[in-house]
Design a protein around this ligand. Structure first.
Ligand code: BG6
Length: 510
């Protein structure tokens, strides 16, 4: 296969001049009955087709245990598209898409099912002209990754023939810790060459996340302040209002830190803290991200500088929400974290002494993801103390979602005869500055897989660094007691507030 190195990950703008359209190909989704598949993958495939970015004979094969026929599968995709697609439903696009839709029934260790899959792919090559090009999307619980990958090898499905390509797309978390990530990598690489492996971190597919690079490196006004001389600390928040829904089987035993800190939040940290890459090709980006993740230092006292917690029953959006331990399918003695807050430092010249506070949680006040650079106070204030009583610290906030944009917070004189200074905000909102809506992260990433463009996919080095950071914390939590508690609908446990209060700081209320 040919990975497109030297390509620009920020080029969706350029897409409008020269659309990147996938060549003949198909996608096989394992775990097609799952949440992710229905809510994100199926709609993304439809949206790509609707935008004219898929080839006319594009094929979609679902693989799962359910006793479904092709028509049942098509109906499920149809419903998922109607409910979750970003772009309007168009019958002609749908009619073309279902021509290439097939379902293969079986367990992951079922040899007959993999032979059926092989026959189905060959049939689609002939009927739809997929050219033997297939990506295998492993949207399955991590424990099944090795089985599926080995089955693909045993049945000769991983070997491309006559100039075609085969690629593996692996959902996060990649491994459960550093050791298992390395073992998994070995299993995967016995079957697929490194350039054919696409590890998904869908945050990298988000426009606002890619915009961190544009904000920092396409402008002059931010970078001079982007360091320990001006930044007091950084807060990275990924808050969700939802609970674990129907995902008990996946979530229990994994928890918030493995689910999103190991990947999404540490990627946000890497993009925020890294040095300017020499170019935007995958090698240069990975080198800088890996370097800065390698400089991340854990706090000495993990008991004081990390917090894990579980939600208890509470009120959310006017409705009563059950506690984590009462959710369907959860072991009532589970100690899995649904909230995690961690203080990290980055040991290099740019960031020495600047804490990075990361927090995430389910069933928090509202859904919001943001990166806030909180600046130091002015070294001297010529104003009366009372004039600046309501003045906070300056902040630059990258609003990843849902109100995508950037906010700068600074002090301004309150109109009137006295000198009183108060915080005001200056906003850039995507919705106001751009007419077109942003593609969903999975649209971008699935298209990149089909094009063989690996820029927005974490490499093993980054994954390893992330586990190096997280492993000691998880081990500490395993050894020490139970998670703290917080009622659903609040902003997390008091322990997390105390963690920042000890540093004389407080969490932002986004
Ligand atoms: C996934 C996690 O990676 O990200 C989920 O597994 C989480 O637990 C989801 O809900 C959130 O994604 P987004 O794009 O809605 O922020």
């Amino acid at each position: 296969m040919t990975a497109v190195h030297g390509a620009n990950p920020l080029r969706d703008a350029a897409d409008r001049r020269l659309p990147r359209i996938a060549g003949p190909s198909g996608l096989v989704i394992f775990g097609v009955t799952g949440d992710l598949s229905r809510k994100k993958l199926m709609p993304a495939v439809y949206d790509l087709a609707n935008r004219g970015l898929l080839p006319p004979g594009f094929s979609l094969i679902g693989f799962a245990r359910r006793e479904w026929q092709d028509e049942d599968f098509a109906q499920v995709v149809h419903d998922a598209v109607k409910q979750h697609a970003r772009t309007p439903f168009r019958e002609e696009v749908w009619q073309q898409l279902i021509q290439g839709m097939r379902f293969v029934q079986g367990n992951f260790d079922d040899d007959t099912a993999f032979e059926t899959l092989k026959a189905t792919m060959e049939e689609l090559d002939k009927a739809q002209g997929t050219g033997g090009n297939f990506a295998f999307y492993l949207s399955v619980p991590p424990k099944f990754f090795p089985t599926v990958v080995k089955q693909l090898k045993n049945h000769g499905l991983a070997d491309p023939k006559d100039g075609s390509w085969r690629r593996a797309v692996i959902e996060k978390p990649f491994g459960h810790d550093l050791k298992s990530a390395q073992e998994l990598n070995q299993v995967v690489h016995e079957v697929f060459p490194p350039e054919a492996v696409f590890r998904i971190d869908h945050y990298l597919g988000k426009e606002t996340v890619q915009n961190i690079l544009a904000l920092r490196f396409a402008n002059t006004m931010f970078e001079p302040l982007w360091n320990r001389s001006y930044v007091d600390h950084v807060q990275i928040t990924m808050a969700e209002d939802i609970g674990i829904g129907g995902r008990a089987g996946y979530y229990d035993g994994i928890g918030a830190a493995r689910d999103v800190i190991q990947n999404h939040l540490l990627q946000l940290l890497a993009l925020t803290a890294m040095e300017e890459p020499s170019s935007f090709d995958a090698d240069a980006l990975v080198a800088e991200k890996t370097k800065v993740l390698g400089a991340v230092r854990l706090p000495a006292d993990l008991g004081k500088e990390t917090v894990r917690a579980q939600y208890t029953a509470g009120w959310q959006g006017g409705e009563q929400a059950v506690g984590y331990l009462q959710e369907d399918g959860i072991d009532p003695k589970s100690t899995t974290d649904t909230y995690a807050a961690i203080k990290l430092e980055v040991d290099n010249r740019r960031w020495a002494g600047v804490p990075f506070y990361l927090r995430t949680g389910k069933r928090l006040g509202r859904r919001v993801t943001e990166i806030a650079l909180v600046f130091q106070r002015a070294p001297h204030s010529p104003f009366d103390h009372t004039a600046t009583e309501e003045l906070g610290q300056n902040a630059l906030v990258i609003r990843v979602q849902p109100d995508e944009g950037v906010t700068v917070r600074f002090g301004s004189k309150v109109p009137g005869t006295s000198m009183e200074v108060r915080d005001v905000s200056m906003d850039f909102a995507y919705g106001e500055s751009f007419t077109e809506s942003s593609p969903e992260a999975y649209e971008r990433l699935i298209l990149d897989v089909l094009l063989g463009d690996a820029n927005l996919f974490p490499r093993l080095e980054e994954v390893e660094q992330s586990w190096r950071i997280l492993d000691p914390i998880e081990e500490y939590w395993d050894r020490h007691g139970k998670p703290a508690r917080y009622p659903a609908g609040t902003w997390g446990p008091t322990e997390a507030d105390e963690m920042l209060a000890r540093d004389g700081r407080s969490w932002r209320r986004p």
